[in-house]
Ligand binder design. Structure first.
Ligand code: ATP
Length: 327
């Protein structure tokens, strides 16, 4: 999939403002970005459901703006919620959807792939929310697509269901499918994606594997601990006290920093019980790139607090189903 110079405006709002992307076959690619960044607009253009103003787009060799119908049998789309016929069972639902495609996968095979084997003959009304979401995925798979669009696939899932859904997605990638995923969950992107792109205000601000996005792998670790109140700190440690009363050191050379610290601790008898070595998380990098909390800190990224415990996630839930008329 190749996207070059993609643009789409709504009146004076440049929702997508010159996006370039290349996604390889067989790749799991995640698009991350705050609300209103332009993810849905971009994805819907790639799916052929929205017109673009400018730019080149090639999806599986087709231009989705011109050749949507030829491309359609090759793609699967998992929306936020799909409408089901409530009188049908899981298997009947998949057989019905399969009839729309020239070479459908056998419904039983798809049911097993998404882990709905026990619900094969259950009516769709009796499925839990997470099971219905699996059925959404199964519906997208029944046409045996080469490319799958997953829109926030685990929003609203409990932790166990999320893990299970992740394994379903990994299985699909194992079958050679290309997957384009949008998500607001950094752990999801970290676990699933071969590469992620961060989009902000209609532009791609970083692309790369989650582990090394925007220099994450080269960022310095932080070493932190809470000193006992009765211990007098040497000047360099006293200067490194943060607002929470923890010593927080930016470690350019982790071994040397730990060596100096433990040497001091052994001499003065401090146990360093709560010592932590923290590397920047994908969420830290994301917040930095998208102008989140970390970007407003004076401290460099490597010494900014990771905030996993006190920052709110960029929470999001789309309500209702997206319109599907070409716009
Ligand atoms: P979210 O994470 O909230 O789903 P997103 O990254 O998917 O956001 P888009 O839905 O692509 O963002 O929206 C990008 C911008 O375009 C937003 O400011 C949005 O309000 C605007 N927008 C989207 N669709 C339309 C429309 N049909 N008419 C006018 N403005 C629109």
């Amino acid at each position: 999939m190749v996207v070059r110079g993609l643009r789409k405006s709504y009146g004076s709002l440049h929702a997508v403002d010159g996006v370039d992307l290349e996604i390889e076959r067989g790749e799991i690619f995640a698009l991350l970005g705050p609300n209103g960044a332009g993810k849905t607009t971009t994805v819907e253009i790639l799916e052929g459901y929205r017109h673009r103003d400018a730019g080149e787009v090639t999806v599986l060799g087709y231009d989705p703006g011109e050749e949507r119908h030829a491309m359609k049998p090759l793609i699967g789309i998992v929306l936020q919620s799909t409408g089901f016929d409530h009188y049908l069972t899981v298997k009947e639902t998949l057989s019905m959807y399969g009839d729309y495609f020239p070479h459908p996968r056998p419904p039983d095979e798809v049911i097993d792939l998404v882990g709905l084997g026990e619900k094969r003959d259950a009516r769709v009304t009796t499925l839990s929310g997470g099971q219905q979401r699996r059925l959404d995925v199964a519906i997208a798979l029944v046409g045996d697509p080469e490319l799958l669009f997953l829109d926030e696939p685990t929003t609203g899932f409990d932790p166990t269901a999320r893990r299970e859904a992740w394994h379903v997605v990994k299985n699909l990638a194992g079958l050679g499918k290309t997957i384009l995923l949008t998500t607001h969950y950094m752990d999801e992107a970290q676990f699933l994606a071969d590469r992620v792109a961060v989009i902000a205000a209609g532009r791609i601000v970083a692309v790369g594997p989650p582990s090394s996005l925007a220099g994450r792998d080269r960022a310095h670790s932080r070493v932190t601990f809470r000193p006992p109140p009765e211990v007098a700190l040497p000047d360099d440690l006293a200067r490194a006290l943060n607002r929470e009363g923890r010593v927080e050191l930016v470690a350019e050379n982790l071994a040397a920093t730990l060596h100096q610290l433990t040497d001091w601790a052994v001499r003065v008898g401090v146990a360093l019980d709560d010592l932590e070595v923290v590397r920047p998380t994908l969420e830290d990098i994301y917040l930095e790139l998208t102008g989140g909390e970390a970007a407003h800190s004076d401290a460099p990224l490597s010494s900014a607090t990771t905030g996993r415990d006190h920052r709110s996630r960029p929470g999001h839930r789309r309500t209702g189903q997206r319109g599907r008329s070409a716009r």
